[in-house]
Design a protein around this ligand. Structure first.
Ligand code: ZN
Length: 297
């Protein structure tokens, strides 16, 4: 009988996933909960495979393992370690580095990094649930050693657009960050199209790049004044920056988005920590396997 894992208790977690078989049993629930469908020919009938946790298609004889066509495919270490890394990446407040995981689980740092990249891929937002209600949009800069320069002049850092949905006067319901090439309208439009609902009321500063978006979005522009307005947005940006700075000494442009996806995934689920591990497992099971992480920009 399948039982969804809930909570953040590490002892309970370790007791539940004592062996890699227990982990595979957990995965097999999600893999085949709607029945078998051959990934090669879509046939729905199967034989049990010779190896445990495999099924053989009765039509084309394709052998499918529980991790095939998921982000767990070809993981180079015990599935238990993968589960522990998932648990830490989802339930802790700030995540961790591949160097740290390599030490904690006795695995190679590069292997740890590669697996974490797949987890971040699973954490990425589909954009299917756009922000609504009272929102704010802004841009910021991520990366580099010193904090200092912000605003549109700091060219060497990675430019990032952020949107937040406010909750009351001080709270933030959800937020997203998207790496952009520059602060032009077409670049800013990307985060609006992906994450902002057409009914949302979006406050931005006076930057002219937002003006052409007014035809499609409900935008109100207001002069940005430190500690007076855009407070939720600034708080979100501070958290994002300090977390990324705290874990990575240097982030390349190529991976900025995936680190931000990880941050936003946790941030947007601060109220649903009970089921966050299970949610992440399900996401790992739905995504296709990544053969070439480096294709990602
Ligand atoms: Zn088949």
């Amino acid at each position: 009988m399948f039982e969804q894992f809930k909570g953040q208790n590490l002892i309970q977690f370790a007791d539940t996933f004592k062996t890699s078989e227990k982990c595979k049993t957990y995965l097999s629930h999600y893999k085949w909960k709607d029945g078998f469908s051959c990934s090669k020919c879509k046939h729905s009938q199967y034989w049990k495979g010779i190896k445990p946790f495999t099924k053989v298609c009765k039509s084309c004889r394709h052998v499918e393992s529980v991790t095939a066509n998921t982000l767990f495919h070809k993981v180079k270490f015990d599935l238990r370690i993968a589960f522990f890394i998932l648990f830490e990446m989802s339930t802790t407040s700030k995540g961790s580095s591949s160097t740290n995981f390599a030490k904690r689980y006795g695995i190679n740092q590069k292997t740890a990094w590669l697996f974490m990249s797949k987890v971040r891929e699973a954490m990425g937002s589909s954009g299917k649930l756009p922000l609504e209600g009272s929102c704010e949009a802004d841009e910021c800069y991520i990366g580099g050693n010193e904090e200092g320069k912000t605003g549109r002049g700091a060219d060497k850092k990675k430019k990032v657009a952020v949107v937040v949905e406010k909750s009351g006067e001080y709270g933030i319901k959800r937020a997203y960050a998207l790496k952009i090439e520059n602060c032009s309208s077409p670049e800013l439009r990307k985060i609006f199209d992906k994450h902002i609902g057409k009914q949302a009321e979006v406050k931005t500063d006076k930057w002219r790049g937002y003006q052409p978006l007014k035809g499609d979005y409900n935008i109100v522009q207001e002069k940005s004044e430190p500690k007076v307005n855009f407070r939720q947005t600034h708080r979100f940006v501070q958290g994002l920056k300090s977390t990324i700075r705290g874990i990575y000494h240097h982030i390349s442009a190529k991976y900025t988005q995936s680190y931000m996806d990880e941050y936003c995934y946790r941030f947007n689920r601060h109220g649903s920590k009970e089921t966050i591990f299970d949610n992440l497992v399900q996401r790992m099971m739905m995504k296709p396997s990544l053969n070439y992480i480096s294709n990602k920009t």
